[in-house]
Ligand binder design. Structure first.
Ligand code: ZN
Length: 347
């Protein structure tokens, strides 16, 4: 692909969703006079007696957390999906369609430590989070079609509690994003008799330009069609449908790449880097999903410092998402960063 072509405004196609993103590389020099978020206070205690996620503390509704030593999962006290919604809320009225949905929402505490994000946890403890994610997908996948494992990190992302934790929402229907990804991966598989993301990874491994970090089993890259400034995609190198399918070595290797990748993220603006991340494995109903490849998306909102955020507004809400810094520039910034966490690095 000619690089000069990519210096002027162009659109890039996201093959996973069949959507386009407008890229405007020339705009990176414009002065910023918009909203500057205040950098969140960084130092947290190891234990906070007022935190509803810390071990031994009280939660809403009279629940009390056990004195857990590794990970801890519980049903969300304010769940958006309920396992016992009335099944017959289906309405086929023209223009006012309603479908029923049942599901379960859980909260996953990554560790008893109030002060440690995944980036700062030890690999062996991140591995316990990987096992918990896989176990939850296995368990909830028995009852539900879609099990969304995700983490919403940082005040800027609307995360209400700084104790490192993620969530799991499982539902009997396929939500919008996996619906699109399923449709497009299936379409590609039928047309090319090959796996979309495995083919894509081959191209990226050859180009190398957008690869941020890799190890024996995993690759992190800035996707060619990234929307968020420092958006990344985490992929296994072999064909894997779901997290529970990972073997022991691949799970250790996943803990390794998560730590390295998230450390780079924290080092980018020397802040506990906010993001929404989540896993997209094949749906967990009984259909055939050979066209699917496991992956995780990281969507960080920060643009040029710990306090300047990208907003999806205006043209983006009404016409098409847009970015200024190119995915290649973003990848280069991330490639240049150290894998020693800035809080541990001697200055
Ligand atoms: Zn996806």
């Amino acid at each position: 692909m000619s690089h000069s072509k990519l210096d002027s405004p162009h659109r890039r196609h996201n093959p996973l969703t069949d959507e386009w993103v407008l890229v405007s590389p020339h705009r990176t020099k414009r002065p910023w006079q918009g909203k500057v978020e205040s950098a969140s206070r960084e130092l947290r205690p190891q234990f906070d007696p007022t935190c509803y996620l810390c071990p031994g503390n009280d939660r809403a509704g009279g629940h009390k957390n056990p004195v857990y030593e590794n990970t801890f999962v519980f049903d969300n006290d304010f769940a958006a999906l309920l396992p016992d919604s009335p099944a017959e809320t289906v309405e086929n009225e023209l223009l006012m369609e309603v479908d029923s949905v049942v599901g379960t929402c859980r909260v996953v505490c990554f560790s008893p430590r109030h002060d440690l994000s995944l980036a700062e946890m030890q690999e062996e403890n991140i591995r316990k989070v990987v096992d918990l994610w896989a176990g939850q997908i296995d368990e909830l996948g028995n009852d539900y079609t879609w099990v969304q494992v995700f983490e919403n990190k940082g005040e800027i992302m609307g995360c209400s509690n700084p104790h490192p934790h993620g969530q799991i929402w499982a539902s009997n229907s396929l939500p919008n994003e996996p619906f699109k990804e399923n449709r497009e991966q299936q379409r590609y598989y039928k047309k090319h008799n090959a796996n979309l993301l495995l083919d894509y990874l081959k191209k990226e491994c050859k180009a190398k330009e957008r690869i941020v970090v890799e190890n024996e089993h995993w690759v992190v890259l800035v996707p060619f069609w990234a929307v968020w400034p420092f958006e990344t995609l985490l992929l296994p190198k072999r064909h894997v449908l779901r997290l529970p399918d990972l073997n022991d070595a691949e799970r250790n290797s996943l803990a390794n790449i998560l730590k390295r990748h998230l450390t780079r993220y924290d080092n980018l603006f020397e802040t506990s880097f906010p993001y929404s991340m989540g896993w997209h494995g094949a749906p967990t109903d009984n259909n055939e999903y050979n066209h699917w490849q496991l992956h995780a998306h990281f969507y960080p909102p920060l643009l040029r410092s710990a306090t300047v955020k990208k907003f999806i507004v205006g043209y983006e809400m009404l016409s098409e998402v847009q970015r200024d810094i190119t995915p290649e520039q973003a990848a280069k910034r991330l490639q240049e960063l150290s894998e020693i966490h800035y809080r541990k690095a001697s200055k």
